[in-house]
Design a protein around this ligand. Structure first.
Ligand SMILES: [Zn+2]
Length: 458
């Protein structure tokens, strides 16, 4: 076996030296602020830390294989090194390098930038609250999420605890992956349709949930007691997705509700939803839409009640499924569990306290919606304070839903929305001057070391 081993080791060592390739080019572009790329400077540095840690891990792995280990152990080691460590590192590099390359493409950079700003604001708003409640220190806050364009049909979040495998060829055994920069994957054309971007509020919700452990705690909570035990088990299976929907409602209010309802009500009568799908992580549209309605109602705001009434009525028109009918009796209780339960993960606060200004948000979004629809009376992008980025997609969704869509209206709304985003002064966090302190660099290196491509615990 000696020759086989020697050859395998030499080849692996050579392959490791080829990797990562282009990080210096990205760092140079960020430092020179080429075409505004400086705003990604800290993210690129974090990527550098991540890649260095992954390569170091591979080398350490190779050193262990050089020891006098039995053939079977050597083979298993090579297997893990090839199929988990090296393939995983290449996939991570490919996702991030493509994401950064897209930001240097002038045709899509402004739209990606807008999506990044929405995602970053949603993330910072929630994590900033958590920090004010004493749950995190400044050094253990992650970078804002990076929006990546994918060929997926629906947006999805890849949080540090989630399978990257869903992105990859079937058979990849990535599991339990922790990423120092959260990713939000978006179907490529969504960035041209600002009214679809309220879904970012749900996707970033997954990232926040993974950082703070909300759905883990909610799943174990006794707050579900008012629900029959057999159904409790199903609600617990849906917890990750319905927590993300609660973030959608908190951060994107009526805009989020209408975006999801429009998609699910269109798909609801089709083949995909003819049966209840007992193992799905998402509730069936027949339940999910009324649950979002119940969450809107939980706040007692008349304008949100009116939207709840509309989407609930539309959901009732979907073909009935007898197995799901009992769940409809639970939605008010579940909305209360999600939004009101005091969680240790939030320092004794409830999720609703993460974003307690829905009525004011909706009012502000409605003003912008009126402008996006009519082209008249544009609200100020910066007075009395900066217009929240996350409310621009909400406003676009309200504008799109306001009346029937004659040709050209969607394009006009998109053009006004993008112009409005670029008129909002950039927040200091994204002006390219952020520094990576030693404490934060150490935090990111630790996160990178904790990545388990194969879901193993070492
Ligand atoms: Zn989701």
């Amino acid at each position: 076996m000696f020759d086989v081993r020697a050859r395998a080791l030499a080849e692996l060592e050579h392959r490791m030296a080829l990797f990562p390739r282009n990080i210096d080019g990205l760092l140079a572009a960020a430092t020179a602020n080429e075409e505004g790329f400086g705003i990604h400077a800290t993210q690129v540095r974090v990527l550098e830390i991540l890649m260095k840690e992954l390569v170091q891990r591979q080398r350490a792995f190779l050193d262990r294989l050089r020891q006098d280990v039995p053939d079977a152990d050597f083979a298993d080691g090579i297997d893990i090194l090839l199929f988990e460590e090296m393939a995983g590192a290449h996939k991570v590099w490919s996702i991030f390098s493509r994401a950064f390359a897209a930001r240097r493409n002038p045709e899509i950079a402004p739209q990606l930038d807008a999506a990044d700003l929405v995602a970053a604001e949603c993330y910072r708003l929630c994590m900033g609250k958590a920090r004010n409640w004493g749950l995190l220190d400044a050094d253990s806050l992650r970078e804002p999420p990076l929006v990546c364009l994918e060929t997926c049909p629906e947006p999805m979040a890849i949080s540090r605890e989630e399978l990257l495998g869903v992105l990859c060829d079937v058979g990849y055994r990535f599991h339990d992956l922790k990423l120092p920069i959260p990713l939000v994957l978006l179907p490529a054309d969504h960035i041209e349709c600002t009214w679809l971007l309220p879904t970012l509020c749900h996707e970033v919700g997954h990232n926040v949930d993974n950082d703070l452990g909300l759905s883990v705690e909610l799943r174990q909570s006794l707050a579900w007691d008012g629900i029959a035990p057999a159904r409790q088990a199903v609600w617990r299976q849906w917890t990750g997705e319905i927590v993300a929907d609660a973030f959608g409602v908190l951060l994107g209010n009526a805009g989020f509700a209408q975006t999801i309802a429009a998609l699910l009500l269109a798909l609801g009568p089709g083949k995909r939803y003819q049966a209840p799908a007992p193992t799905s992580t998402h509730p069936h549209p027949r339940v999910r839409v009324p649950l979002i309605g119940a969450m809107l109602r939980w706040f007692g705001i008349p304008a949100l009640d009116a939207i709840a009434t509309r989407i609930e009525r539309d959901a009732q028109a979907l073909p009935a499924l007898d197995e799901l009918t009992p769940f409809l009796d639970d939605v008010s209780v579940v909305a209360g569990v999600l939004l009101g339960t005091k969680l240790a993960a939030l320092g004794g606060h409830g999720m609703a306290e993460l974003c307690p200004h829905l009525a004011a948000d909706l009012k502000q979004a409605q003003k912008l919606a009126d402008y996006l629809e009519s082209g008249e009376l544009r609200p100020s992008p910066d007075k009395p304070s900066h217009f929240p980025y996350r409310l621009v997609p909400v406003a676009a969704q309200l504008a799109v839903s306001a009346r029937s869509l004659e040709p050209g209206r969607l394009a006009a709304i998109q053009q006004r929305a993008m112009a409005f985003v670029s008129a909002i002064p950039r927040p200091p966090m994204l002006d390219g001057k952020a520094r990576l302190t030693a404490g934060r660099a150490a935090f990111y290196a630790r996160l990178a070391r904790e990545i388990h491509f194969g879901g193993r615990t070492e």
